[in-house]
Design a protein around this ligand. Sequence first.
Ligand code: ATP
Ligand code: MG
Length: 329
Amino acid sequence: MTTTVTAAATRTRRLTGFQPTGRLHLGNLLGALRPLIAAQDAAESIALIADLHAMTMDHDPASVRRHTLEQATVMLAAGVDPERTPIVVQSQVREHTELHYLLECVAAHGEAARMIQFKEKSAAGGPIRLSLLTYPVLMAADILLYDTTQVPVGEDQNQHLELARTLAIRFNTKYGDTFTVPEGVRPDSAARIMDLAEPTRKMGKSTGTGQIRLLDPPEVIRRTVARAATDQVGLVRRDRDNQPGVTNLVDILAELTGRPPSDTTSYATLKREVTDAIEAVLTPIRARHAELSANPDSVRAVLAAGAEKVRPTAAATVRRAREAIGLLN
Ligand code: ATP
Ligand code: MG
């Protein structure tokens, strides 16, 4: 097995993807956006809004478009600096779909069909889009297109990253050195924020009822935290097995403030501290978002510039892949 690395990959380049399937929440902020922002000096990152991935299940066209623009606006409001971290809408760089097809030619049907997310989502019944089956290959294209060296991944994405590595290595072995083989990295904080109403499942855009959405009004947030599931134990401490709700609140507080809860055993006090900490972080994001969203054309311009900035790398990768696999350039 050769894990060849192309000359292009001398720098650390990270890719973090967000699907515009809904509104960004506290889990997205603490698990993905903040690590991305914190690493802006150390690594060259791309923030990818993966709109094509938002179409693998029945979708509403207007919502995908709205969420795409809103996510970009929230990223800017939260501190993504587009000069250092291009914000890229996947469908606006056509090379994603071109490379997707070329990678399908080295991917096996069985490799796609055994992806856990495909199994889970297709088990729900109803018609299954072919794109739900093939989307891990598109994700591999997203990663390989930019000579990505590092992909921050949570556990749910390990299998997809492995497929990207497998396809890169297979292509390189069969057709010659073409792709940088990426590594998975755990974000430093490794924050995994759970749903406040059902603290044994992760907070998600398209699942659960206990999300803290970054643009929720303060009153909604206060209510969601006040209703957060706790337990009868009566101790403020971390114990994920027996006190998942309280543990989640303690983790959120620690992530937001860098300190443990005050010396309290009162869940009401803990919830008040969590609410205050969330407000302290979200107030400036909300304000900046309001300013930016007053001028959506400026956000669209940021996206156009992001696509412009990364396109040469994408075009070069596709050109290498076309050449290697036998197409006329
Ligand atoms: P969906 O329900 O549509 O899958 P999602 O909330 O899981 O939405 P994604 O767009 O899949 O969001 O992921 C965007 C980024 O946010 C990824 O880097 C992902 O690992 C991270 N992320 C998502 N949910 C959480 C969470 N609860 N805690 C920490 N990080 C999260
Ligand atoms: Mg997800």
